[in-house]
Ligand binder design. Structure first.
Ligand code: TRP
Length: 443
């Protein structure tokens, strides 16, 4: 932190950032797990929130252009209808920020391929192929492989401190941290190390079949499905076969868990009592339907209005991109400068720090000539020739001579002189100074 610590200091605003892949229609699980808590958090003071539609990520999973577009529209409309205030937060579409793919490349170059090999999503595909006896990379795109790097760019571009995500994304946040660390190590402190934020209190919402509500299980209830459709889907929630009048267990009841995600404490207690008293499943479903509809109906009306006016949503997203790029454009300029993608007119700035202790030092180079003999030369830090040897019969002999020069310095140079050729314009002092730099450190 740049500010000095004083008693009156207000803490630097914490940045929250999260992305939503644009491949589906938001359902109640997305609402409870992500949209509702995010909108609530975004109204808090002292926080800066960034929400974006991860449409580049969507391309990794989906090759249907119409679906990408429709999903982008639906998700944007859902977040706005749920109360996200684009004046308070930065709400944008990933593909409107050209700096993100630009940063992706810089991060690609500091990310070990082996790390990406271990990413869960990629590994799962490879394991699946292996199990089926296929080529390990069958049907695996390089996009899937690079998924974590693109995600790293999303996060690091806006210096996010906290990234609210589901558990399945923790590994990606850790990878983004590693990328930031590696980049900072090489190029100076530019990137902020992010942290995953897992909302422990947010329950996983079960779907109509009792498993986690997820598009891949085909058990979802779309968030803004029309009222009669909502009723029908709720009627389809699996229950046991207990008859009216028989006490019902709340434990393991998908219906009860969904209710709990929408109801207040007293409302939940009342339904628990009704279960104990043997409420009929049909009545319980009606109670659940009314409760969800009560919360969703006003948002649904706004949603439908927004969906009638895609141009308005487009304008909101473009304004968000504008806001986002006010940060991204100068930051990318800084990062380009840091890695050496620079204007040539200005003299090269000196390196911030040598990458390793060896950078900027003289070097010995060994090589074999056409005569079959083994030679070496000593070059100064700028690549200028300092010493040139005659031919040795084996690489080992050449190596021994190099070792002697490194360890003995000036005296080694004197005794090896007969095997060395004079290099015009190079003084004995210059050679000795170079050898001194290469001398092994005495502990
Ligand atoms: N991979 C995330 C998901 O599938 C979506 C995402 C893309 C994201 N970029 C992000 C989430 C950056 C948080 C931060 O849920």
């Amino acid at each position: 932190m740049k500010t000095m610590t004083t008693n009156k200091q207000t803490p630097a605003p914490q940045r929250f950032l999260t992305g939503i892949t644009t491949t589906g229609t938001p359902h109640l699980g997305n609402y409870v797990g992500s949209i509702r808590p995010s909108v609530a958090a975004s109204t808090g003071v002292g926080a800066e929130s960034f929400y974006f539609l991860a449409d580049y990520h969507a391309l990794i999973k989906c090759d249907e252009p119409a679906r990408i577009q429709q999903s982008t529209l639906e998700i944007a409309a859902s977040w706005l209808a749920a109360g996200l205030d684009p004046e308070r937060v930065t709400f944008y579409r990933q593909s409107d920020i050209p700096e993100i793919p630009e940063l992706t490349w810089l991060l690609t170059c500091v990310t070990a391929k082996g790390v990406l090999n271990r990413a869960h999503a990629y590994k799962a595909s490879v394991d699946k192929n292996a199990a089926a006896g296929n080529d390990p990379d069958a049907d695996v795109s390089a996009g899937l492989f690079m998924y974590p790097v693109l995600m790293g760019a999303d996060i690091l571009m806006f210096k996010a401190h906290h990234v609210p995500v589901g558990r399945d994304q923790i590994q990606h946040i850790e990878m983004a941290r590693d990328m930031a660390q590696r980049f900072n190590h090489l190029y100076g402190e530019h990137l902020v190390l992010p942290q995953a934020l897992i909302e422990e209190s947010v329950a996983l919402l079960p779907g109509t079949d009792g498993r986690k509500m997820s598009k891949s299980y085909d058990n979802t209830i779309p968030l803004f499905t029309p009222r009669d459709q909502l009723k029908k889907l709720i009627a389809g929630i699996v229950t046991d076969s207990r008859a009216p009048g028989e006490p019902k267990a709340t434990e393991g009841s998908a219906l009860f868990q969904i209710y709990q995600a929408f109801a207040s404490g007293p409302e939940t207690a009342a339904l628990r009592q009704a279960f104990a008293d043997g409420i009929a499943w049909g009545d319980a479903k009606q109670t659940l339907f009314e409760r969800i509809d009560q919360e969703v109906a006003p948002m649904r009306a706004r949603y439908q209005e927004l969906m009638q006016d895609p141009a308005k949503i487009e304008a909101v997203l473009l304004a968000g991109a504008d806001k986002a790029r006010q940060l991204a454009t100068p930051f990318m300029r800084e990062l380009r400068q840091a890695v050496g993608l620079r204007r040539l007119a200005a003299a090269p700035a000196p390196a911030a720090k040598p990458k390793s202790a060896r950078a900027g030092l003289p070097v010995f180079k060994q090589y074999r000539e056409a005569d079959g003999k083994f030679h070496f030369k000593l070059l100064d830090a700028q690549g200028g020739l300092l010493l040139q040897s005659d031919g040795f019969d084996s690489p080992r002999d050449a190596g021994k001579a190099i070792g002697q020069l490194q360890i003995e310095g000036a005296s080694g140079l004197a005794s090896l002189r007969p095997k060395l050729q004079p290099v015009p314009g190079v003084t004995e002092d210059a050679i000795n100074a170079a050898l001194q730099l290469l001398a092994p450190e005495v502990p």
